[in-house]
Ligand binder design. Structure first.
Ligand code: 3PG
Length: 212
C-alpha cells in the first residue's frame, strides 16, 4: 500500500536515483545496493531499459523499486506492469497522479513552489519530490515551505551529495533524500558492484551520523 512504501522510504532516508542503460546490469546493481545496506532504487524512465530493469530488480525480492522520471499515464502503466512499488515525477501532473491512484501505487510528484505544493495537495498528495533541490532554494526553501504546509513532507533530489546531505536530513519536513551520487551511471554500466557498494555504504554511514 502507498503508506507502507512511504514508510519504508522514510526509514531508509536515502533514495538512489539511477539511470540504467542495459537491463542486464540491474541484478548487479541490486547486489551493490543490498550489499551497501540500502535496498532501494529509483529507476528513471530516461532509457528504454527502465521497465526491464525495474522487472529484474523486483524479481530479486529484496529491493524497494521506484520508477523515476515518469511523465505520462502510459509510463505509469508500464512502470506498474514492471512491478514498480512507487512512481516519481519531476513535476506534478494530474494525469500521472490520477493513474497512480487508479493502480493503488504511491505517486511522488515534484513540487518546489507554494503553488506547486498546493496543486499536489489538491490531488491528494502530501509527500512531494523537491526537485531540482539545489537550484530551487535548497534546504532553506524547504524550511520556508514547511511553515505554511505543516502536513507536507519533502524528498529533496537534484544536486544533493555528501557535502550538503546534512542540511536536508536535519529538516523534520524531509522524509528522505534522493540522488544519483551513490549510483554513478558509468559504474552501473560497468557492472562495478564493488564500486557502487562502497559509495552506497558511504552514504548509509554518513546518513547514520546525521540521525535527528
Ligand atoms: C533525478 O532525476 O532525481 C535527478 O536526476 C537526480 O539528481 P542528481 O543527479 O543531481 O542526484
Amino acid at each position: 500500500a502507498p503508506a507502507d512504501v512511504l514508510a519504508r522510504l522514510a526509514a531508509h532516508r536515502l533514495v538512489p536515483v539511477v539511470v540504467v542503460d542495459d537491463a542486464h546490469d540491474a541484478d548487479a546493481l541490486g547486489s551493490a545496493l543490498v550489499g551497501g545496506g540500502l535496498p532501494v532504487a529509483e529507476v528513471t524512465f530516461r532509457t528504454a531499459a527502465a521497465p526491464d530493469a525495474i522487472r529484474a530488480l523486483r524479481a530479486r525480492g529484496d529491493v524497494l523499486v521506484g520508477a523515476g522520471t515518469v511523465l505520462t499515464a502510459a509510463q505509469v502503466d508500464q512502470a506498474v506492469a514492471a512491478g514498480a512499488d512507487y512512481v516519481v515525477s519531476p513535476g506534478t501532473s494530474r494525469a500521472v497522479v490520477e493513474r497512480c491512484a487508479e493502480h493503488g501505487v504511491l505517486a511522488l510528484p515534484g513540487a518546489v513552489t507554494a503553488s506547486e505544493v498546493q496543486a499536489a495537495l489538491e490531488l491528494g498528495v502530501t509527500t512531494v519530490k523537491f526537485f531540482p533541490a539545489g537550484t530551487s532554494g535548497g534546504a532553506a526553501a524547504i524550511a520556508a515551505l514547511a511553515a505554511p504546509f505543516g502536513g507536507v513532507r519533502f524528498v529533496p533530489t537534484g544536486g544533493v551529495g555528501p557535502a550538503n546531505l546534512a542540511e536536508y536530513l536535519a529538516l523534520p519536513a524531509v522524509a528522505a533524500v534522493g540522488g544519483s551520487w551513490m549510483v554513478p551511471r558509468d559504474l552501473v554500466r560497468a557492472g562495478d558492484v564493488t564500486g557502487v557498494r562502497a559509495l552506497v555504504a558511504d552514504a548509509v554511514a554518513l546518513a547514520a551520523t546525521l540521525r535527528p
